[in-house]
Write a protein that binds this ligand. Structure first.
Ligand code: SF4
Length: 388
């Protein structure tokens, strides 16, 4: 544990605030959250305390982005959001036009709430739509219905220009046709940003249990890959850019918060289970609401940190670089990590370049269209495991 005067990070960048509450547990989710909102007030007090205690980490730079993630930040009342944002402004130097995102679930977004949010400092909404079909939503145990998904999005695009929606593909029994309809429906609302992930069956989730009992069969890798390619082709035709494998934005609508994260910029994570990174060290807060609150009540930061080795930093850069349009800059590898890392990268990537999965252009290594869906596996092959 770090106490008030030994905050481990310095610098500036993005501020992530984790709201660890959800109305119900989605069957696929392994994030940190509680379905009991009983401690919401104490949690907000603790978040405010952590914001205050860690203000020195932005002593020299502006906060460029503020991101309310979760959990489900839309369970917050408007007054609570204002309270947290004013705490940020009170203790931090915030950029003139910061991107301030709120993740929201359709069942929390009445027209009234959307209108009020539009007048608040929140200027970007990220909606957890996941699917426009009740079959999928029920399987995932989402708290909203297909009608609520459509209604909230219809209202949201009227009041917010900068909107992102989440969609999940590769679900059990999801035909290519149903996935196509999901994409078309999303596009019909004119959203400028879509985040889309393949459903993964995480250990210890309800979904993993259903699979173990033979109640459902996960979609095959081939089908998930077909879903991805359909998404990719359709969105590119519609003027989106796939700037990260799971993120598609129209020009001017990339998530500034996430882009900074993928470009290894600094971020400070506030709240239980939130992670932080300052270019040298990574930190993570305790993922337990009562313990988090208790520590902050005592003026302690319930955070552990580790200093990244050169190998860790190289591996992280290769992983995120290959997932994004910015690729992996070989000159940077040489400069920051040394000749041995550069030689290793070029040697390991040779077979993927010959197979047309990677391309090296102007000394930047990136995935081709064919290699995109396989980026994580390719990156793992380029990782530095041992270096004497
Ligand atoms: S709403 Fe989001 S964080 Fe909450 S259980 Fe569902 S997927 Fe997990």
């Amino acid at each position: 544990m770090n106490t008030e005067n030994s905050s481990p990070f310095g610098g500036g960048g993005g501020l992530y605030i984790h709201i660890p509450f959800c109305k119900q547990a989605c069957h696929y989710c392994d994030f940190h959250f509680s379905t009991s909102l009983g401690k919401k007030e104490a949690m907000i007090a603790a978040l405010k305390r952590e914001l205050e205690l860690r203000k020195s980490e932005f002593a020299t730079e502006n906060v460029e982005t503020i991101y309310f993630g979760g959990g489900t930040p839309s369970v917050l009342e408007l007054g609570e959001i204002h309270d947290l944002v004013s705490t940020v402004y009170k203790h931090y130097k915030v950029a003139d036009t910061p991107e301030i995102t709120l993740e929201a679930n359709p069942d929390d977004l009445s027209l009234q709430k959307i209108q009020a949010l539009a007048k608040s400092p929140i200027n970007r909404l990220s909606l957890g739509i996941q699917s426009f079909f009740d079959t999928d939503l029920k399987l995932m145990n989402r708290a909203h219905s297909a009608d609520e998904a459509s209604e909230s999005l219809k209202n949201a695009v009227r009041h917010f220009d900068n909107i992102s929606i989440d969609l999940i593909y590769g679900m059990p029994d999801m035909t290519l046709d149903r996935w196509k309809k999901n994409i078309e429906k999303a596009l019909s609302y004119g959203v400028p940003h879509i985040s889309s992930y393949a459903l993964t069956i995480e250990p210890k989730t309800a979904l993993a249990n259903f699979v173990d009992k033979g109640l459902i069969r996960p979609a095959s890798d081939e089908l998930a890959q077909e879903h991805f390619h359909l998404l990719y082709e359709t969105l590119l035709q519609e003027g989106f850019i796939c700037y990260e494998i799971s993120n598609f934005g129209k020009p001017g609508y990339f998530s500034q918060n996430n882009s900074a994260y993928w470009q290894q910029k600094k971020y400070v994570g506030i709240g239980p289970s939130a992670h932080s990174f300052d270019g040298i060290r990574r930190g993570w807060n305790i993922g337990n609401n009562p313990k988090y609150i208790k520590a902050l009540e005592k003026g302690e930061l319930p955070m552990e940190t580790e200093t990244l080795s050169t190998k860790d930093k190289y591996n992280e850069y290769v992983m995120t670089g290959l997932r994004t349009i910015w690729g992996v800059d070989v000159t940077r590898i040489q400069k920051e990590y040394g000749e041995k890392f550069k030689d290793y990268l070029l040697m390991q990537s040779k077979k993927f370049r010959e197979e047309g999965l990677l391309v090296l252009e102007e000394n930047v290594l990136s995935t081709t269209k064919k290699g995109k869906f396989l980026a994580d596996g390719i990156a793992a092959d380029l990782f530095m495991i041992n270096l004497s």
